[in-house]
Design a protein around this ligand. Structure first.
Ligand code: GDP
Ligand code: MN
Length: 397
């Protein structure tokens, strides 16, 4: 689950990470009120107005603007709220901005120049350890830094049994070229950030930029936070942070009926029981020259109602040209699944305009094949995995 910047910052602050303070606003009037309130608490007259959408690169797209007084704040907020913001990370048509974060200006002049760093925390699946990635080259495209100057990106792996050690936090501060008060504040920042990552069951933190202010404080100016959906049961408060308008509507619907569905680019709809078999099925489709339109794990109980729901979800994608059903009947008997498919097909009537290829293996597979073959519907049965993939190819080409 992805969070908006303002929500991510709230999570960070809850674990003691220093953030750029701000207030979220849905209208220009609310933005002005937020600005006034911030001035009272922070003392700064200048504010930065930031579009809240689930995509980065907002600065480049005109979604982040500085306002030096309340009149400017109103104008800027009015322009950003409601705009269709296009960034390198949005779909080509952009994303509509429904709210802005009005934040204190933290780039004020002082004893030294402010400097921007990059910092992220994520799981290194290769080593099975959490990893802090960081760089002196913050604020801009980290992908470009990784390409042109990979030696400027540092990584620090954390032993899950030991947690982040204090020498590691110091190493980060050292590699970022800090000294004095900024060095000390960075070690605190890194420790709090790591605590927040583990404590919130996050799967990604990306703070770009982490700012060293002109008076040597370390602050999170941006926050991209992804929480692990599988941990939400133990952080029930986080569920309220979900913004359904930012999520794929079919995936939202699938979740509400307890199906695991992930939308993909291709044209072969997949209905499979078990995540492992679902992934193997997608691989085989690819190998046969096709492209899966989705990942869908219907789970253990592939009865008529569930199959029908799955059909409806898959058919919402207009790109789907064929559907491959690949079910292993272990606990559930194949003939029951086959009957479910036939019943669901009949219930859906005209909704199904694409060929369906069914492979049922396991208990009573032969009876199931018989059922499918004699149903008179536009459903092809296959016995072998490869045969199923080939029939799919034939159907879409
Ligand atoms: P992104 O473009 O979506 O990554 O949004 P960011 O939150 O990273 O903001 C983009 C840029 O806005 C930052 O890299 C900063 O250069 C600038 N910015 C953010 N906060 C402030 C601020 O308080 N004052 C000023 N002057 N610039 C800011
Ligand atoms: Mn950023």
């Amino acid at each position: 689950m992805n969070l908006h910047e303002y929500q991510g910052k709230e999570v960070l602050a809850g674990f003691g990470v220093t953030i750029q303070r701000g207030i979220v606003a849905k209208t220009a009037a609310e933005a002005v009120a937020a600005g006034k309130k911030l001035t009272e608490t922070t003392g700064t007259e200048w504010h930065i107005v930031k579009a809240q959408i689930h995509a980065g690169g907002r600065g480049k797209g005109g979604g982040v603007k500085l306002a030096k007084n309340l009149d400017e704040l109103e104008t800027v907020a009015d322009a950003i709220i409601g705009m269709q913001l296009i960034t390198p990370q949005t779909p080509p048509e952009g994303k509509k901005v429904n709210q802005v974060l009005v934040a204190e200006d933290v780039y004020y002049p002082g004893a030294s120049e402010p400097s921007e760093f990059y910092m992220s925390i994520l799981l290194n699946r290769g080593t099975g350890k959490n990893m802090i990635m960081y760089s002196t080259e913050g604020g801009m495209d980290i992908e470009a830094v990784a390409e042109a100057t990979p030696h400027l990106i540092f990584t620090e792996e954390i032993d899950p049994a030991l947690g982040l050690m204090s020498f590691q936090a110091r190493k980060v501060a050292f590699n970022l070229g800090l000294s004095g008060a900024a060095f000390k504040d960075m070690t605190k920042f890194v420790s709090a950030l790591y605590k927040a990552y583990v404590g919130s069951d996050a799967s990604l933190f990306e703070i770009n930029p982490v700012l060293k202010t002109s008076d040597d404080r370390i602050i999170a100016v941006d926050a991209k936070v992804t929480l692990d959906d599988n941990s939400l049961f133990r952080n029930p408060d986080f569920e309220a942070l979900r913004d359904l308008s930012e999520e794929n509507p079919v995936e939202v619907e699938a979740r509400s009926v307890g199906l695991n569905y992930v939308d993909l680019e291709g044209n072969v709809g997949c209905m499979v029981n078990g995540a492992g078999l679902a992934m193997a099925t997608m691989d085989l489709i690819k190998q046969a020259g096709g492209d899966p339109a989705n990942f869908l794990d219907v789970g253990g109980t592939a009865d008529a109602a569930r199959v029908e729901t799955a059909f409806r979800l898959i058919l919402k994608d207009p790109a789907v040209k064929a559907i491959l059903i690949n079910i292993f009947g272990g606990i559930v008997r194949c003939d029951r699944v086959a009957q479910g498919i036939v019943d669901a097909y009949k219930n859906l009537g005209d909704a199904i305009q694409v060929p369906i290829i069914v492979r049922l293996q396991g208990t009573n597979a032969d009876i199931a094949k018989e059922l499918i073959d004699s149903s008179g519907l536009n459903v092809l049965s296959a016995t072998a995995f490869q045969e199923a993939a080939d029939k799919v190819q034939e159907a879409i080409s």
